[in-house]
Design a protein around this ligand. Sequence first.
Ligand code: SAH
Ligand code: SF4
Ligand code: F3S
Length: 477
Amino acid sequence: METDHQRTSEEESLRQKEAVLHARELVSQLERDLGRQPTCCVTTFGCQMNARDSEKICGILRESGYQLIEEETADLVIYNTCTVRDNANQRVYGRLGTLLAMKKKNPAKKIALCGCMMQESAVIEKILKSYSQVDLIFGTHNIYKFAELLCLMLEEKRQIIDIWEETDQIVEDLPTHRKYPFKSGINIMFGCNNFCSYCIVPYVRGRERSRASSEIVDEIRALAADGVVEVMLLGQNVNSYGKGLSEDITFAKLLQQVEQIEGIRRIRFMTSHPKDLSDELIAVMRDSQKICRHLHLPLQSGSSRILEKMNRRYDREAYLALVKKLKAEIPDLSITTDIIVGFPGEVKEDVDDTIRMIEEVGFDNAFTFIYSKRTGTPAATMENAMSEKEISEQFDRVLKKVQETAKQQTLKHTGKTVEVLVEEVNEHDADMVTGRLSNNLLVHFPGGPELIGTFCTVKLVENKGFYFIGEQLPRKQ
Ligand code: SAH
Ligand code: SF4
Ligand code: F3S
């Protein structure tokens, strides 16, 4: 018998398009029953890759006839979950409790869970035991089948669970619904092969698989034709893009192809692993008119001893040498990072190394995390050297240093005139808009919603710590 895993990508894509048509019939029936258009709400936890998956889910929901809303009072609520740290899981459980209370009052309400948490068997057991009212559960590998699963959920009264261990399938050409009309993420690869010893991502996202460059370029061309001016190429380790493909391609070469696409004015990417960042990539970035002056380069720790235990495959010297090379070639490059405090075996002297590293690199910003034990990862069996209280104290030291450094770096830009892409009306002041610089800094300046999605020339007048207040200058032609 044919199984889901044996179909070709084209066959699967066709099959899902048929499923969308069937879902449309089912949603029309629901609309007649309710006397109004059914609503749905997709809530994303986690990284840009999850956000992009949510856009795919939203695309299918919209094509099926649902009205997308932001409120969880919707007829169908979907949580796209993250499990990278335990607090991500706890947030999901907390909010799920509230959702289920709503469902108790309104049994017609449907609840679906998907994303990285669902790839963990302990999570599934817990949901079956304590949250049995959830209608649909699926994982990260079969998200492309969502239309089919939606039909099953609408047709059958039972709980639907479909989780796969792994897939090598990449199904192209399914509908998406973008959150922003003018910018978009694009998956260039899925999964991760790095197995950093603390990290659960390789277990819940599977092995690394790159998309064919022609598929990526075609997708970006179509996005450009639809008004997208900024793209972010997404992968857990974009620097190893292309491995395993039959074509002769590297990430740097892919960037050169994207650079050629008319209409695209800014190119970003996420995330770069320091061990795979090539000289070829640095040269392509340096010579590019479109690649943004921002590199997110996760450090994790400034201590070579800890980096080794983390299985990061670089040491403090290699990281510093890389930063030196980057800054020499691309002087206006902003470098941001991720740092973990409290990895098993870490002591104050290791944190001292991390703090020295923050000073030496002069990071423009950093996300700092307290180490979270993830079941099934190698680090989960390693012993902590510091108490929770000590870890928390060390975390505060790191955070303080990051904030100081980021402030100093940001301050340097005061008075500059820059080009920004306007993203939204300011949350706190409706007479202001928020724009993003090439280096990823934000500036708020007087303006109206008509500026959203356009490039403006802005003077960075006043520094407010991590962002600027600016004023718009007449457009440079
Ligand atoms: N692929 C990316 C990171 C993805 S996860 C990369 O390698 O850079 C995003 C960040 O979460 C990581 O950079 C790391 O700093 C943090 N992280 C991952 N696992 C963690 C854990 N178990 N505890 C605390 N932070 C973690
Ligand atoms: Fe996790 Fe390391 Fe892969 Fe990043 S590179 S997703 S930190 S295993
Ligand atoms: Fe979280 Fe999964 Fe991303 S675990 S960080 S949503 S890949």
